[in-house]
Design a protein around this ligand. Structure first.
Ligand code: DER
Length: 221
């Protein structure tokens, strides 16, 4: 999809020589990672911090050296995709199941840049089911607590078994009606025992790169 490629590649303008770069997960940031690999061949020197096993494999294929996650406590810039972006730049993420590592790395970054094709830009979050990472123990009980917040919930399955994140946890996809106050919802979700993390990335993005109606690149911040 050309729109993904345009916005994904634009994000490399936020990467400077010598940086430690958080590498997101998904089909848009894929183009960022490919472009960074090309720039490394032209002399750019960076270290990557992948947000998933999938991204780690892609970074290695692109020749991007990986930072040792145990040795870093800060990241210069993190670049990632999103499933939805609202008018306040609150994000819904986790469609790719990588939300926990993505959120850890996005929070540790001095700058968090999001790459999103125009279809992701919404007035209010909620058309997309909210991914919530939960521990496998008592998943049905945790599911019920989320349902009681007003969501229709589904435990994510893959090949006939519950999907397992890179961290060995399950994902519950929770369809809430229009999410008018994502900050309050995030607080309520994180109070539920068994919830590890949720896909609401509120007030974290420093900039969102997308396209306007004329298909020109715009940077919302
Ligand atoms: O899981 C995520 O949050 C990913 O960033 C993903 O959902 C982004 O979507 P994309 O594949 O359309 O870029």
């Amino acid at each position: 999809m050309i729109e993904k490629k345009i916005v994904g590649e634009k994000a490399v303008e936020f990467v400077k020589d010598g940086m430690t770069v958080g590498l997101g997960t998904g089909s848009t940031v894929y183009y960022t990672i490919i472009k960074l690999g090309q720039l490394m061949k032209e002399g750019l020197t960076i270290k990557g911090v992948p947000t998933s096993v999938e991204t780690e494999k892609l970074a290695i294929e692109c020749g991007i050296p990986l930072a040792n996650i145990k040795e870093i406590d800060q990241i210069d810039v993190a670049i990632d995709g999103a499933d939805e972006v609202d008018s306040q730049l609150n994000l819904m993420k986790g469609g790719g199941g990588a939300l926990l590592r993505e959120k850890i790395i996005a929070r540790a970054a001095k700058k968090f840049i999001v790459v999103a094709d125009p279809a992701k830009i919404v007035n209010h979050l909620g058309a997309f089911p909210l991914p919530i990472e939960v521990v496998p123990f008592g998943v049905e009980m945790t599911n019920e607590q989320i349902r009681l917040l007003g969501a229709e919930t589904k435990i994510r399955y893959s090949n006939g078994n519950p999907y397992q994140s890179d961290n060995g946890n399950y994902i519950i996809d929770a369809k809430f009606p229009n999410i008018l106050n994502p900050v309050t919802l995030e607080q309520k979700l994180n109070m539920i025992p068994g919830v590890v993390e949720n896909g609401l990335f509120n007030q974290m993005a420093n900039a969102v790169i997308t396209l306007n109606a004329e298909k020109s690149v715009v940077i919302k911040n």
